[in-house]
Ligand binder design. Structure first.
Ligand code: G3H
Ligand code: 13P
Ligand code: ZN
Length: 341
């Protein structure tokens, strides 16, 4: 099946009351790990590439790997999404290449670091919505900023400095027409999210519920949703790594979010940890190994295991065959209809 729009996948998820993991990729093995996990669990998938990933992989390679995935896994509906687009130009280049969904992260300025004004965010996001919807492509916006920095992207800090204001979120959706909205409720990117297991005072689930109450038809997105499992940290440290003690977002909190309108759940760090641990283990246990397949195969398998587990936990497992893909041209027609028609 061709790449599908994220709006369709998330509308289906809302109907079924489940969440869909959005997993970051940089190379072939990560795409293969996700697709094998999707086949095993019969899950629809969202594959996302950051700006860093597009530059690392020479994005046309990544795009063609995704086309290969559509041929090899025809039963799996899959979305190719631009993660944290920093400008309308970045989103345009993704759309021109064939991405079926883009995130315009106007919560930060184009440098990907400096928190922006509400007016700036509305302006750039609205521009991307007009450009993307004309082609049937989905748009995710962000209001409030996450903590942490990944690959130079992010506002830094703990994640609690700029949590989302529900009234502003409502206004933002009304002014921009985004399909999905990333909100900041205290999570941050990367491995070092919390110094102890987070409770209600750290993750603002009440805020999420209030945003969902105000925006029942907008698909909410939770970034920074890696759980940073202790067993994956332990493997890395056991085989010579140096991770400091850290906690991620408990899966039960994500599941609570999914009950309250979260439809897209962004996970990158957990897969990075799984891959790194598996490679370190081979290097320590078989120092004579120098065939890259000797360590990339266990790395791919370790990532597949994490992704399959998340697909079950988020509830998307079993839903790959629920719907036929709507062509992007039809999605463009849908967006042309007046609201409420
Ligand atoms: O947004 C963060 C994702 O984990 C992607 O990270 O920018 O290092 O590729 P990256
Ligand atoms: P993690 O760093 O928690 O995996 O978050 C990834 C993310 O939000 C990508 O946009
Ligand atoms: Zn993110």
């Amino acid at each position: 099946m061709p790449l599908v729009s994220m709006r369709q996948l998330l509308d289906e998820a809302a109907k079924g009351g489940y969440g869909v993991g959005a997993f970051n990729v940089n190379n072939m093995e990560q795409i293969q790990a996700i697709m094998e996990a999707a086949r095993e669990t019969k899950s629809p998938v969202i594959v996302q590439a950051s700006r860093g990933a597009r530059s690392y992989s020479q994005d046309r390679f990544l795009y063609h790997l995704m086309l290969a995935a559509t041929e090899i896994y025809p039963e799996i509906p899959m979305v190719l999404h631009q993660d944290h687009g920093n400008s309308p130009a970045t989103c345009k280049s993704a759309i021109d290449m064939g991405f079926t969904s883009v995130m315009m992260d106007g919560s930060l300025m184009e440098d990907g670091k400096t928190p922006s004004s509400f007016e700036y965010n509305v302006r750039v996001t609205r521009e991307v919505v007009e450009m993307a919807h004309a082609k049937g492509v989905t748009v995710e916006g962000e209001i409030g900023t996450l903590g942490g920095i990944e690959d130079g992207h992010g506002a830094g800090g703990t994640g609690l400095e700029h949590v989302t204001d529900p009234a502003q979120a409502e206004e933002f959706v009304r002014l921009t027409g985004v399909d999905a909205l990333a909100i900041a409720i205290g999570t941050s990117h990367g491995a070092y999210k919390f110094t102890k297991k987070p409770d209600g005072s750290v993750l603002k689930m009440d805020l999420l519920m209030e945003i969902h109450r105000r925006l029942p038809h907008t698909h909410l997105v939770m970034h920074g949703s890696s759980s940073v499992p202790k067993d994956l940290q332990d493997i890395i440290n056991q085989y010579g790594g140096k991770l400091k003690p850290t906690w991620g977002v408990p899966v039960e909190e994500i599941q609570l979010g999914i009950k309250h309108g979260v439809r897209k759940v962004n996970v990158d760090t957990d897969n990075r940890l799984a891959i790194t641990g598996a490679i370190r283990k081979v290097f320590v246990e078989k120092p004579e190994e120098f065939d890259l397949r000797g360590y990339m195969k266990p790395a791919r398998e370790a990532m597949k295991k994490v992704v399959a587990q998340r697909m079950v936990e988020f509830g998307q497992a079993g839903h790959a065959g629920d719907f036929a893909p709507i062509p992007l041209a039809k999605m463009a027609e849908f967006y042309r209809q007046p609201v409420g028609a």
